[in-house]
Design a binder for this molecule. Structure first.
Ligand code: FES
Length: 97
């Protein structure tokens, strides 16, 4: 289990073991851009600002250069400890005011 921080909003939530970063965010009420949720469409592409991830699929739709530059696909990325990602388009969907 780790902690997910979403920048620039500085929102935080826990990541349960086995959940992707996207799943952890959605469970906490933070909607990140997403579509296929299987690592192919790249709608969820975002930057990893801190921490480490591994992928639940063998070939996530990222080039080696993108990986080196810190781009990740949170729909298929699982955290190795605490991670910080940058998703300016993230929206808080609940709790509703
Ligand atoms: S939602 Fe399609 S690659 Fe992540």
């Amino acid at each position: 289990m780790g902690m997910l921080t979403i920048l620039p909003q500085d929102w935080q939530c826990e990541i349960q073991d086995g959940d992707s970063l996207l799943e952890a965010a959605l469970l906490a009420g933070f909607r990140l851009p997403n579509s296929c949720r299987n690592g192919t469409c790249r709608t969820c592409l975002c930057r990893l600002q801190a921490g480490q991830v591994h992928y639940r699929i063998e070939w996530p739709g990222l080039s080696a250069e993108e990986k080196t530059d810190g781009w990740i696909l949170p729909c298929v990325a699982e955290a190795d400890g605490n991670v910080v990602i940058s998703v300016p388009a993230a929206v808080m969907v609940w709790p509703e005011s």
